[in-house]
Design a protein. Structure first.
Length: 196
């Protein structure tokens, strides 16, 4: 199969915002992802009270699951609508504040303090702003990143990881000539070269 067919494809931030406005969010899983349940032990590795990062989080219900287990969840999402829907669909009160380091960005935090969602581009984040994480749930994130931005994305993710952090990555496998993406096809060989 020819991965090159998706190499130059770009989905702009405006297009993502439009998907949310149109309710064109087939990627959202109301019931959460079965693979997180299956591999939860790998993510937690016997640890409690972790800081867990959700890149390109949408309104993933798994953020609520992990927060309810006592972990602290940080997500980043370009769509403010998605972030607000997350809190309202779980009846979670929240407050919102600007992020001094990133112009135009806002941080939405549950009143209980254990879920913080940054509304900005992931490429605006750095460990000096969000700290480092013990775990990452990457579903619909690396595969949603434009192929030309993968290297930048992976380097950023590595910079946000604590020494012993675990990273669960969900990818999809299909013939990239038959579907233009997202989700994009990221072959295993590329994951190895991105993350080592
Ligand atoms: N991980 C979520 C959402 C997957 S869809 C889930 O499992 O349901 C990808 C999401 O990334 C969309 O909600 C889109 O709005 C968001 N997004 C796209 N580009 C982004 C960027 N550069 N920074 C932050 N969020 C982005």
């Amino acid at each position: 199969s020819d991965v090159g067919s998706q190499k130059d494809r770009v989905v702009t931030e405006e297009e993502w915002l439009e998907k949310w406005e149109m309710g064109n969010i087939g990627f959202h899983k109301e019931e959460g992802h079965p693979l997180l349940q299956k591999y939860l032990d790998v993510l937690l590795n016997g640890r409690s009270g972790l800081r867990i990062f959700f890149p390109l989080c949408g309104k993933a219900v798994e953020m609520k699951w992990l927060a309810d287990m006592g972990h602290s969840v940080v997500g980043v999402e370009i769509s403010e609508q998605a972030v607000k829907e997350f809190f309202s669909e779980h009846s979670l009160p929240y407050c919102e504040e600007p992020v001094p380091e990133i112009s135009g960005a806002k941080m939405f935090q549950s009143t209980s303090g254990n879920i913080s969602l940054y509304c900005c581009s992931i490429y605006d984040l750095s460990s000096s702003i969000v700290g480092k994480f013990d775990g990452v749930w990457d579903r619909g994130a690396l595969v949603a990143v434009n192929p030309c931005d993968r290297q930048r994305y992976a380097s950023l993710m590595i910079s946000l990881m604590e020494k012993n952090s675990s990273y669960l990555l969900v990818t999809v496998s299909y013939d990239p000539n038959k579907h233009k993406g997202p989700p994009f096809y990221v072959p295993e060989s590329e994951i190895k070269s991105l993350f080592g």
